[in-house]
Design a protein around this ligand. Sequence first.
Ligand SMILES: Cc1cc2nc3c(=O)[nH]c(=O)nc-3n(C[C@H](O)[C@H](O)[C@H](O)COP(=O)(O)O)c2cc1C
Length: 168
Amino acid sequence: MEKEAFFDMSYGLYIITSKFEDEFAGCIVNTVVQATSEDKPKLVVIVNKENTTNEVMKKSKKVNISILSNKADMLLIGKFGFRNSKEFDKLKDTEYILGTNNIPIVTEKVVSYVEANIIEEIDTGTHTVFILEATNSKKISCEEPLTYKYYHEVIKGKTPPKASSFSR
Ligand SMILES: Cc1cc2nc3c(=O)[nH]c(=O)nc-3n(C[C@H](O)[C@H](O)[C@H](O)COP(=O)(O)O)c2cc1C
């Protein structure tokens, strides 16, 4: 199998956030896909079972998705993509608002956001595939959305082992 073939797949980059009672968690993912475009569009997001965000999403059954802009920097990506929500307050010094579902939505270096309910979970071993139904969405900036390719080639970012894609 040639790993290089998988590097040709295109992705965006997102910050997903969830909260159950007083426990907040959020992380970077590249695995958000729109599955249907009905009245309440359905989406898919894939999250590693070792990530605190996975644990909190399973309890709250809600998640918010912030679509990062290509102005996002390694300070923001490092905070959400390389640290554990249990050990680090990721909302400290981060711009965010509260969603209609009362869960924080990161708005810093973000072009749009979606609020969603989790309607199904599929266990794939290392990761959980969450099926979502959108409940609200908003465009907040006209900047360009960040792609995985731009992250690697321009921001020179790395991919940690818990990401769903192969790392370069
Ligand atoms: C560029 C990038 C892409 C990532 N993609 C994913 C992904 O698709 N799924 C995932 O579960 N984790 C992904 N991660 C890793 C999580 O963001 C990381 O493990 C985070 O520290 C988890 O935080 P938490 O334990 O507070 O949830 C990615 C990280 C980066 C930097």
